[in-house]
Ligand binder design. Structure first.
Ligand code: HEM
Length: 400
């Protein structure tokens, strides 16, 4: 028997996956004193915490409120349903295809053009971290000259949210960002109400359900959420997907030859190395999970990265394989997804289709721009416990 792994230890940060295995096998329910939270790691338990309405998002308030304000992530029940309906239509179907596909293509093309004269190049710095934020700024109808400002805000909000040890400097910086973001965006929201355009910000101003609209403050909070929910995640998904393919050259060549496989490479990346490793929930009554009973009102940390490698759920879970038949790529983007990286149930990722489209366009263009490609300096290390991906991805395009 092993001791229960400490999720905040250096060994864990180095490589969480062997520790996740010990948790699933021997310690499926751990109380973590430092985090004041229970940790769950088995697929079935995490799925239950996402789907069962006994698990609320109440405990997000103190984590997210100081940096975002009130967002749909913190809401439950009817309030959540109404606010979710107000924002979600902008992120699917026709709206996505007609308005945002050209935005995604334009922003991907611009960044890839900028890679042309760089070799070797760090794909994280010059593509992955820029692309999703640039897309959001453009979707909101805000100027390109503000890209760097958004990039800075996003970095500071992410530092705040990943601050598991509660460093006071990082907290203060996150709260300053909240003020700065509000003084930038609220006047623009007011202008869009007067002079609406064909952009996401104007759509959010006009959205109405049963006579309810979003206030300036609510729209600002939602846009702030988009930076992290849509930026950090997609950024890390691109970096991990490219790393996984470069580590498996046969699968890289298969995707290069048949670009319709990008969807499978994305879905398998979300199972094998998800961008978000932890989601918090709070049960409103005592709940039985496989490791015991979790008391009402406590915080439960759902370990998505552990659930994706659960051998009770997937065959050969430690192998990256875009051809595996237990991961349906069509189901992967519906509420019945077989991986948990987008969550499930009421808080299922609003931007899943947007993320999939960004990945399909971005990876397709990257492969075109790199007829030959390999790691410039060996496989890069991954970092992060709350969210996780390679922090750098140096590639070399010189033909062998
Ligand atoms: C919710 C993951 C891309 C917007 C979520 C949640 C997860 C997630 C795990 C649930 C969070 C929770 O309940 O605590 C991801 C991943 C992405 C991605 C892995 C990329 C690979 C995006 C994009 C956007 C977006 C591109 C929009 C620009 C949102 C929003 C929510 C959400 C608004 C809140 C939904 C709600 O509370 O009802 N996402 N996301 N996400 N995501 Fe994403």
């Amino acid at each position: 028997l092993h001791e229960a792994p400490d999720i905040l230890s250096a060994e864990f940060a180095e490589n969480p996956y062997p520790h996740y295995r010990i948790m699933r096998d021997e310690h499926p329910l751990i109380w973590h004193e430092g985090m004041q939270s229970y940790l769950i790691s088995r697929y079935d338990d995490v799925e239950k915490a996402f789907r069962d309405p006994v698990f609320t998002s109440d405990n997000y308030d103190w984590q997210l409120e100081p940096v975002h304000g009130r967002t749909i992530l913190q809401m439950n029940g009817r309030e959540h349903a109404t606010h979710r309906a107000l924002v979600s239509s902008a992120f699917r179907g026709n709206e996505l295809e007609t308005k945002f596909l050209p935005v995604i293509e334009r922003n991907s093309r611009e960044l890839i053009d900028g890679l042309r004269d760089r070799n070797p190049v760090d794909l994280v710095e010059h593509f992955a971290t820029r692309f999703p934020i640039n897309v959001i700024v453009d979707m909101l109808g805000l100027p390109k000259s503000d890209h760097d400002k958004f990039h800075q805000w996003y970095t500071s909000i992410m530092a705040f949210l990943s601050n598991l040890t509660q460093d006071p400097d990082v907290m203060a910086e996150g709260m300053r960002t909240k003020e700065e973001f509000a003084s930038y965006l609220i006047p623009i929201i007011r202008q869009r109400r007067q002079n609406p355009g064909d952009d996401l910000l104007s759509t959010l101003c006009a959205a109405e359900i049963d006579g309810e609209h979003m206030s300036d403050e609510e729209i600002k909070a939602f846009c702030s959420l988009l930076l992290t929910a849509g930026g950090e995640t997609t950024d890390k998904a691109i970096a991990s997907l490219m790393k996984n393919l470069l580590e498996h050259p046969d699968q890289l060549e298969a995707v290069r030859a048949d670009r319709s496989l990008i969807g499978a490479a994305f879905a398998e990346t979300l199972r094998f190395s998800p961008p978000v490793h932890m989601i918090m929930r709070q049960p409103s009554e005592d709940v039985e999970l496989s490791g015991g009973v979790v008391p009402a009102g406590s915080t439960v940390t759902c370990l998505i990265g552990a659930a994706g490698r659960d051998e009770q759920h997937y065959a050969n879970p430690e192998t990256f394989d875009i051809f595996r038949d237990d991961l349906s790529t069509t189901k992967a983007f519906s509420a019945a997804a077989d991986h948990l990286a987008f969550c499930l149930g009421r808080h299922f990722c609003v931007g899943a289709m947007l993320a999939k489209t960004e990945i399909e366009v971005g990876v397709d263009m990257l492969l075109d721009a790199m007829p030959t490609v390999r790691f410039a300096d060996g496989a890069p290390a991954e970092a992060g416990v709350f969210t996780r991906a390679p922090t750098q991805l140096w590639i070399d395009r010189t033909p062998a």
